[in-house]
Write a protein that binds this ligand. Sequence first.
Ligand code: NDP
Length: 278
Amino acid sequence: MVARNQLIRLALFGAPVKHSKSPAIHAAFARQLGLDVSYEAIHTEAGQLRDALATFEKSGGTGANITLPLKREAMELAVSASDAVKLAEAANVLVREGEGRWTAHNTDGAGLLRDLAEAGWTVAGQRIAILGAGGATAGILGALLARQPASIRVFNRTGAKAEALARRHAGLADVRGFGLDAVAEQDEFDLVINATSLGHSGEVPEALKSLLRGQSLCQDLNYGLAAAPLAAWCAERAINYRDGLGMLVAQAAHSFRLWTRADPDAGPVLAALRAEEV
Ligand code: NDP
């Protein structure tokens, strides 16, 4: 674990980063553990990560979160990458190992699994549908498959992306990718995960309305305002729904552990974030 009197310089790189909750979450972890942490959000456009990271390293930076559109760039500049990064082809965490040497990690899958477990929602043996095939789905798919669900079906507006993602994960378990026209032909799912960014436009994806049938549980990766339309739609139909805030805090706790080897308690930080929202 890092010494208590040593400043730990961390940062988030991406565009946009202005409204990110990560600085507040990591500040809360640092307070909880009595660590001296600075965590800044550094606006960085595509193609600029290598230079931005070098400047950050010169100022003493040792750990980074990476968000859109830099997750692939982060993987490519790292000297080594975890299995989760290789499967996702995207990294959301970098850890400095030596001068100019960063290792890449992806904590989205571990964060989702931790949050599902907190809720008592199981993955093993379940029939799972995921709507969306972007970076978030890439980050969670390997972790979900490792828990041996009965099957995972990925549906996406751009069907070829869902098919390619499923192909990359083939052999781990029963996983297939489809375009949205296949949604109507599906049987009921035990767990339906919304991994689209459509909530940001105030809409509930039509495909989700079809997928959420019978006893399906609904896990949204969105949180805050982007989660509001689906949360309300599920509440009206008494569908058991969870937003993505728990996953966000859980994946942040994994990042914090990688940087500091200290173990933050995500529970109180999640509760504080929720209290601010109401
Ligand atoms: P991407 O931009 O990589 O992917 C967006 C996905 O949404 C794609 O599958 C895209 O389909 C789909 N989509 C967007 N607009 C529409 C539309 N109008 N109709 C149908 N599908 C649409 O984003 P990410 O995968 O990184 O993130 C997805 C969501 O998950 C975001 O809202 C993000 O905030 C959230 N997230 C939450 C995390 C957490 O910790 N809780 C972690 C990571 C992400 P297409 O491929 O066809 O364009």
